[in-house]
Design a protein around this ligand. Structure first.
Ligand code: TGC
Ligand code: FAD
Length: 389
């Protein structure tokens, strides 16, 4: 197979610094050498490749933008985005693992945690010696997390936690769960450690999507959380939503990796597949699809770079993140389906990555806020009128 050299019709590389390019290329090689050769097997078996965790830690992929004092790489947000893009070219499940560890576990501990919590957990999470998960969604509250019924009650030695979370990435393999629950009606964040009495995290089975990622329920049955495990700076749903911004930002970049993988596969296939005595790439309707795909990749790349520069300058609005997440996930799924069409019957085989990406992207379009939720978030921003209810 030819070495993947990227997709860059508008020379967007010229908008990146030499350090950003070096980081991108390092992760690109890691994905080509260590993820792509094994991912179909793990996807088929419904397993997460745990052996990648120390290698990803060594590459500085956990908590990438956080300070070096915690053992993190302290890179800028564009570099972080490029890392997400390259990982998702391998598989959305691998990018999900890194997203959750970085954006949904290390970020809230760093932003809302005490010094003790930061010093204890961040270095271990950066080294991949501990794995985290993030519990917001409940069986009956997905798009509307503010309705959550998981509840914490103040008791003598800490807090008693009761309730359940569902669809939690990494739940079963996590050492620490960042769990959102209502305390006296106010949403607060809690660190729930594996092995705490009354806490279980069974894996959810039967997924057709994100098969190389662990998805779990979290069940809390009178779980006693020690006083030192509440995230002290949390005081409302807004804090959980701030974490989502970090993860949605990574997804907006990540799905461009899926787009590139599908485009690369479809273009190579179209140039070599002969029908009616010609390569199918010579037919106008195939070319139209390839041009559409490349145009959407280019638009997403340009959007992401500006998104990243805004984030690095501290000017990014969460509604702008919603626009990028909404657009790029929708286009990535469309591109995966179109690429599958170009590959004809071969497109359904796991010899090619497109069907796996298409299946994964169904989840990616849904989690971190569905397409409809992001439409309503942007709609509210531009009209001043909430259409949620
Ligand atoms: P609402 O009244 O709109 O907002 C409450 C307060 O929060 C503010 N806000 C945000 N702040 C920062 N970032 C954001 N993204 C924010 N969105 C809203 C808002 O301005 C308000 O502030 P204030 O000062 O006025 O109080 O809240 P609502 O209860 O009406 O809910 C609407 C909302 C935004 C929650 C809903 O639209 C939404 O986003 N639903 C989607 C839920 C979601 O995305 N869940 C994700 C779960 S985690 C996950 O999926 C991980 S996937 C992991 C993987 O990669 O594998
Ligand atoms: P629902 O909220 O029930 O929505 C169903 C449909 O109704 C959707 O199409 C939705 O857009 C639409 N809808 C809802 N309300 C409205 C409205 N007002 N107007 C118009 N349409 C509406 N959550 C976590 O907390 N942590 C995780 O780590 C995590 N990982 C996940 C991993 C996977 C593989 C998946 C699939 C999900 C994960 N989630 C996680 C959960 C995810 O965030 C939710 O699935 C998502 O927020 C949507 O919630 P829901 O599935 O309950 O759909």
């Amino acid at each position: 197979m030819n070495k993947f050299t990227g997709v860059d019709y508008f020379n967007t590389d010229s908008l990146l610094s030499s350090e950003e390019l070096l980081i991108r290329d390092t992760i690109r090689d890691f994905v080509s050498d260590e993820i792509i050769p094994i991912i179909e097997k793990y996807n088929r078996e419904g397993q997460f490749p745990m052996q990648l965790i120390p290698k990803m830690a060594e590459l500085g992929l956990f908590g990438t933008t956080l300070p070096q004092q915690y053992g993190c790489a302290e890179l800028n947000n564009v570099a972080y985005g490029l890392i997400m893009q390259e990982l998702e070219r391998g598989d959305s499940g691998i990018r999900s693992f890194v997203s959750v560890q970085s954006a949904l576990v290390m970020y809230p501990i760093y932003t809302f945690g005490s010094d003790e919590q930061k010093n204890k957990w961040l270095p271990l999470l950066a080294k991949g010696e501990k794995i985290g998960c993030f519990g917001l969604t409940e069986p009956d509250f997905g798009s509307n997390p503010g309705g959550m019924i998981t509840k914490a009650e103040k008791v003598k030695d800490g807090y008693l936690l009761n309730g359940a979370k569902m669809w939690i990435t990494n739940g079963t393999i996590a050492d620490i769960a960042v769990v959102w629950a209502k305390l006296d009606g106010v949403v607060r964040g809690f660190l729930v450690e594996k092995g705490t009495i009354g806490f279980t995290a069974p894996e959810m089975k039967g997924k057709h999507s994100l098969r190389a990622s662990v998805t779990s329920e979290l069940i809390f049955d009178n779980v006693l959380i020690p006083e030192e495990n509440i995230l002290p700076q949390t005081s409302g749903l807004k804090n959980a939503l701030m974490c989502l911004n970090q993860a949605r930002y990574g997804i907006a970049w990540g799905v461009v990796g899926s787009m590139m993988a599908c485009y690369d596969s479809a273009l190579n296939y179209a140039k070599t597949r002969i029908q009616f005595d010609k390569p199918i790439a010579s037919f106008q309707m195939i070319q139209e699809k390839l041009v559409y795909i490349l145009t959407e990749i280019t638009k997403a790349q340009l959007m992401n770079i500006q998104l990243g520069r805004l984030k690095d300058s501290g000017k990014l609005k969460f509604t702008q993140v919603s626009m990028a997440k909404r657009n790029n996930c929708e286009k990535a799924l469309e591109i995966a389906r179109m690429s599958r069409e170009i590959l004809g019957a071969n497109g359904i085989l796991d010899e090619y990555p497109v069907m796996r990406h298409a299946a994964n992207l169904e989840s990616v379009k849904t989690y971190e806020g569905t397409h409809e939720m992001h439409t309503l978030i942007i709609g509210e921003d531009i009209t001043g009128i909430s259409a949620f209810e």
